[in-house]
Design a protein around this ligand. Structure first.
Ligand code: UGA
Length: 430
């Protein structure tokens, strides 16, 4: 099939790469000239496992093209929209990129096409869009909502092995056309109306965020009563009604999705006269979780002024170079405000972190340089490089009290204690 994908971010580029790999003829439209130049040369502007290989393969076979102009979508039967919908400071969702793209599509449409919304838009958007845009088009256009559930770091794998494919719309012909695009992917296709499909995306992300904040609350209680969150969450997750995923206590969720989508859903609720108190609590717990690290550092070290803290992990999770809403960035800013010296290291995200953090942070070229001269370390991202570190070699280059704060519960607590560290995990006995 002939497909246009608008937007070469995580969702758009993964869709374009995977669809071309499945034999579809795909043009990916991106307005950022710098990104476009990289993509045309077969280079992906961010790290995503396996994606560059897919892009190169598509370019070589001639099934994937990149274009900077919206004209390129004019002759495509399916147009997927995957542009950004960032949060505004008040929690409102900024839909300006979507509006601009919809305007162009409608203006250029010359034959019946199917518009597939992959960007996360607030429930109700599609119904309004039909009135606002499609009725103005000179030819009949169909509109489907088709939210994505890809995780950064495993997006390519998730594309081929989704738990379900959600399609919202009332045009049966357009739905079967889109379903044909996914032929070969072994997953149930769940169809519903547009607003419900839009809601699925928010509900799924809000529920996962709720699981994380819930287990973080249990972790705080564990510390108070002397219990250990690790066996607690393992045993709770063994109940199949609960499930074992998203029950890892830590510094809380970050990234470009959960923080934005939880606040976005809260905003949508408020606008509709509904106080979503559970969701508000989820957001509050997540904010507090990051501050826990700083509180603990103060508790052990006293004043942080003049103390050296090593922050291991800057990406919001392992497997990505993305630092958006990363807990460690907020923590580093707080540490700098209190006059601490910060030495930071991440296996992948150094460049992005350098752009996002103020001057004054020492970006270490390797993990050993980051830990040297530190009074305390904070492991903020569960990179395997930190759990497999030669910790015996770390202690001699640190200063007392040799505090290791395990913000992701990914280190061997007992082993570290035996090696002379003051180990502190989230929700773990100390
Ligand atoms: C998330 C969803 O998992 C995807 O299904 C969705 O498509 C995507 O958002 C999106 O809306 O586009 P992602 O943001 O890539 O994907 O990352 P996750 O793997 O879900 O992790 C989110 C955050 O939760 C990370 O900061 C992670 O460290 C944290 N987390 C996750 C925990 O603190 N504990 C856990 O048990 C699991």
């Amino acid at each position: 099939m002939r497909v246009a994908v608008i937007g070469a971010g995580y969702v758009g580029l993964v869709a374009a790469g995977c669809l071309s790999h499945s034999g579809h003829d795909v043009v990916c439209i991106e307005k950022d000239a710098r990104k476009m130049a990289l993509l045309k040369a077969g280079r992906v502007p961010f790290f995503e496992e396996g994606l560059e290989e897919l892009v190169l393969f598509g370019l070589k076979r001639g099934l994937l093209q990149f274009d900077g102009q919206m004209e390129a979508c004019q002759d495509r039967e399916i147009i997927m929209i995957a542009v950004g919908t960032p949060a505004r400071p008040d929690g409102r969702i900024d839909l300006s990129q979507i509006y601009a793209v919809m305007d162009e599509i409608v203006f250029r449409a010359r034959f019946p096409q199917t518009i597939v919304m992959k960007s996360t838009v607030p429930p109700g958007f599609g119904v309004n869009a039909k009135e606002r845009y499609l009725e103005r088009a000179r030819v009949p256009l169909s509109y489907l909502s088709n939210p994505e559930f890809l995780r950064e770091g495993s997006a390519v794998r998730d594309w081929y092995h989704p738990d379900r494919i959600v399609i919202g719309g009332d045009d049966e012909t357009a739905i079967s056309r889109l379903a044909r695009l996914y032929a070969g992917i072994d997953a149930p296709i769940v169809t519903m109306d547009v607003s419900s499909a839009e809601m699925v995306k928010y509900a799924a992300n809000a529920f996962l965020a709720t699981k994380i904040s819930f287990i973080n609350e249990i972790a705080s209680l564990c510390e108070l009563v002397g219990a250990d969150i690790l066996p607690v969450s393992r045993a709770v997750g063994m109940d199949r009604r609960i499930g074992d995923q998203f029950l890892q206590a830590g510094l809380g969720y970050g990234g470009s999705c959960f923080p934005k989508d939880t606040c976005g859903l809260d905003f949508v609720s408020t606008c509709n006269g509904h106080a979503f108190n559970l969701l508000k609590a989820v957001i509050e717990v997540n904010k507090r979780q990051r501050l826990l690290a700083v509180r603990r550092l103060r508790h052990v070290l006293g004043r942080l002024h003049g103390k050296t803290i090593g922050v291991l992990g800057l990406a919001f999770k392992p497997g990505t170079d993305d630092v958006r809403e990363s807990p460690s960035l907020e923590i580093i800013n707080l540490l700098l405000d209190e006059g601490a010296d910060v030495r930071a290291y991440d296996p992948l995200a150094m460049e992005n972190a350098r752009r996002a953090l103020p001057d004054g942070v020492f970006f270490a070229p390797g993990v050993m340089e980051a830990v040297t001269d530190c009074h305390a370390l904070l492991v903020a991202t569960a990179w395997p490089e930190f759990s497999t570190l030669d910790w015996a070699a770390v202690r001699p280059v640190m200063h007392p009290p040799y505090l290791v704060m395990d913000g992701r519960n990914c280190l061997a607590a007992e082993e570290l204690r035996q090696k002379g560290f003051l180990y502190w995990g989230i929700g773990r006995p100390y």
